[in-house]
Design a protein around this ligand. Structure first.
Ligand SMILES: NC(=O)C1=CN([C@@H]2O[C@H](COP(=O)(O)OP(=O)(O)OC[C@H]3O[C@@H](n4cnc5c(N)ncnc54)[C@H](OP(=O)(O)O)[C@@H]3O)[C@@H](O)[C@H]2O)C=CC1
Ligand SMILES: CC(C)(CO)C(=O)C(=O)O
Length: 307
């Protein structure tokens, strides 16, 4: 199976390395110093299960890769538009495109650019970052990919991607309710990213303090209300279910957006809390706490240099 990884950082580099190790014909699309390092030194994964792939197929010339069976979209959300334009040479009539980016707006952008039948939905769970050019560092053992057809069917292409993932040791699942899976992660991630980034704290103290715990819960309640208004079958008390997850994770866990803030990077807030506000407005559902998060972080959204 020929798999093109569009964006080979924390998410794409980690899961692409595992797919390659499992025998898939993986082609990484990268840029800058990370591209140069991957060309000369291969790709190294640090963390609980270290890996080194001394030689990887990597390029910034997308057209050289040719048509892929699967394109995995793994760039930060602000790079989506450019990435969608660049992946066109990878996409033939039999190509499947799956975005494992965070949020729920990503698939709307893909649907606007490609035939909906070429898309599968996807969610990625891992905590990784580019530690140095050519090096991805994983924190904690969590690693999981969930993907599936939006119509809930169990397709041959889904099974084929599942087999490739399992061969590489990825904890992968072929889902028959992928829209709900995407929203389930969105509820948790919007709560986690919105609180950890505005409060500059990890989840431990946030969930322990009654005032910040209530804020976390109410932020997630808004996401659930917006999702339900869009027809996503989330139970009414789903925010409470996700609060249980926030209680179960390690107290030092934080969000990638909090890391991005600390490094002075751009933030994905426009598509996370901001996405909740946007989708809420479309259905007349207010999301004042998410609006506050987006407003508080607005001066940081373009990165530290712009603050
Ligand atoms: N990392 C994680 O733990 C998880 C991340 N996610 C989500 O996955 C998405 C990706 O995040 P993450 O992997 O962390 O981001 P990273 O910044 O680590 O990786 C993205 C990589 O893609 C590169 N890139 C962007 N556009 C292009 C392009 N047009 N051509 C070539 N390379 C390109 C970036 O280069 P450059 O640095 O030059 O911009 C960067 O190397 C986000 O939506 C994130 O929220 C989801 C689950 C977990
Ligand atoms: C919550 C986590 C780490 C799970 O993958 C994540 O996606 C993020 O912080 O961006």
């Amino acid at each position: 199976m020929r798999i093109a990884i569009m964006g080979s950082g924390g998410l794409g580099g980690y899961f692409g390395a595992r797919l390659a190790q499992g025998g898939a014909d993986v082609h990484f699309i990268a840029r800058g110093r990370h591209l140069e390092a991957m060309r000369s030194e291969g790709l190294r994964i640090e963390g609980p299960e270290p890996m080194h792939l001394p030689k990887v197929n990597v390029t910034d010339r997308v057209a050289d890769v040719g048509v892929a069976d699967v394109v995995m979209l793994c760039v930060k959300l602000w790079d989506t538009e450019q990435a969608i334009a660049q992946i066109r040479p990878l996409v033939g009539p039999g190509t499947t495109i799956v975005s494992f980016q965070n949020g729920v707006l990503k698939d709307q952008y893909l649907r606007a650019a490609f035939d909906a039948r070429q898309l599968m939905g996807g969610v990625g769970y891992v905590a990784t970052t580019i530690a140095a050019p050519g090096v991805i560092r994983q924190t904690g053992p969590m690693q999981r990919l969930v993907f599936g057809e939006f119509d809930g069917s169990r397709s041959a292409r889904g099974e084929a991607l599942l087999a490739a993932c399992l061969a590489g040791g990825i904890k992968a699942e072929l889902s028959q309710q992928i829209l709900r899976d995407i929203w389930e992660k969105f509820v948790f991630l919007v709560g986690l990213s919105g609180t950890t980034t505005t409060m500059r704290r990890t989840i431990g103290p946030i969930r322990s303090n009654p005032q910040t715990r209530a804020f976390l819960l109410d932020v997630m309640r808004e996401v659930v209300a917006v999702g339900r208004a869009h027809g996503v079958p989330l139970p009414e008390d789903y925010a409470e279910v996700r609060l249980q997850l926030a209680d179960d994770v390690s107290p030092d866990m934080t969000s990638s957006m909090h890391h991005d803030l600390e490094r002075g990077n751009r933030l994905e807030v426009r598509w996370l809390a901001g996405g909740v506000v946007e989708l809420g407005q479309a259905k007349g559902v207010p999301a004042p706490l998410n609006r506050a998060i987006a407003d508080i972080l607005a001066l940081h959204a373009e990165g530290g240099a712009h603050a």
